[in-house]
Design a protein around this ligand. Structure first.
Ligand code: SF4
Ligand code: SF4
Length: 314
């Protein structure tokens, strides 16, 4: 075993921060991300998959962005590697607006089929439709249907939750209906998340921030305990992420990054793993950190702010 704190079973690749949309709720393509690297380096990404599979039983891999299918050749090549390495669940999240060119849409759908991708989640909702031509999205969905890819689902974002009655959800329901004729299943989707542009544009629909945060790592979707990481992701600039950066694939191999990881070397992670949320507040006192007067949406929001302020005062 490389490291008892890392028990990988899933890999994620943030292919690019570029996108064909500029959704008002986006938490990924915000102004503060490092957009120097247009997309992941394929050679390194394949090496990442191979090294992970040499050392762990990986059962799922996801590619997302930005819009990953701005680079379909690249993404498909990576999924072929995943299939060769027997990763069962090979997923893509896409907005299905890849290009306006019908011939190219057809070509991309074929490439996806040949790549062995077996789970495509298509974002269909008010937020995406605002910036994308849904006639084109419809053509892409029809091509995906034609290719008979094992699982394609419509993946909406709900404002507050699916049951909440508001104009955004009503519009999303109409849009989902538009594609009923294709008979794709609709998945649970996500609820609007308090991060990125959503915080500026949809404050009234988000929970009220508080100064007294409770909870622990793993409470929020897609988070886990730093002393038992099961998923690592790679960013376009080569950064390897647990819930924060743990190394860079351009500087070290995945094996080296995993072998030297120890949450105890990171004072923020050590505090939260060993003392929970009160560990974070103890750190705030000890380091004299000034917290946001407006409060925080979640434990991760608090944790990330403490990390940023500690880096600032180094
Ligand atoms: S399509 Fe996805 S990645 Fe692109 S702007 Fe919208 S939410 Fe962000
Ligand atoms: S961001 Fe902080 S609180 Fe959230 S999962 Fe990671 S270590 Fe835990």
């Amino acid at each position: 075993m490389l490291n008892s704190q890392i028990n990988l079973n899933r890999l994620e690749f943030l292919i690019t921060f570029r996108c064909t949309s500029t959704c008002d709720h986006c938490s990924v393509c915000t102004d503060d991300v490092d957009k120097k690297a247009t997309h992941l380096d394929l050679k390194r990404a394949k090496l990442f998959v191979n090294e992970a599979c040499d050392n762990y039983r990986i059962n799922s891999m996801m590619t997302f962005g930005g819009e990953p299918l701005l680079y379909p050749e690249f993404v498909c090549e990576l999924h072929k590697t995943a299939e060769e390495r027997n990763i069962e669940n090979r997923q893509i999240i896409t907005n299905a607006y890849w290009t306006k060119n019908g011939k190219r849409i057809d070509e991309i759908a074929r490439m996806l089929k040949d790549s062995g991708v077996n789970d495509i989640l298509v974002s269909i909702d008010y937020f995406h439709e605002k910036y994308l031509d849904y006639d084109i999205v419809g053509i892409a969905l029809e091509q995906l249907k034609k290719q008979n890819i094992p699982h394609v689902s419509l993946h909406p974002v709900w404002v507050v939750n699916k049951e909440s009655k508001n104009s955004y959800n009503e519009k999303t329901k109409e849009l989902l209906k538009m594609f009923d004729y294709l008979d794709f299943p609709q998945d649970e989707g996500n609820n609007l998340f308090p991060a990125g542009r959503a915080v500026n544009n949809f404050k009234e629909y988000l929970p009220t921030p508080t100064e007294k945060i409770v909870g622990n790592c793993g409470d929020l979707p897609y988070t886990e305990k730093p002393n038992n990481l099961k998923c690592l992701s790679m960013n376009p600039n080569g950064e390897i992420m647990g819930c924060n950066v743990i190394g860079n694939i351009y500087k070290s191999s995945l094996t080296e990054i995993i072998s030297r990881y120890d949450y105890k070397n990171d004072i923020v992670l050590k505090s939260i793993v060993e003392e929970g949320c009160s560990g974070l507040y103890n750190l705030v006192k000890e380091k004299n950190i000034e917290l946001n007067k407006n409060g925080y949406y979640s434990i991760c929001d608090l944790c990330k702010d403490i990390r940023a302020k500690m880096l600032l005062h180094r």
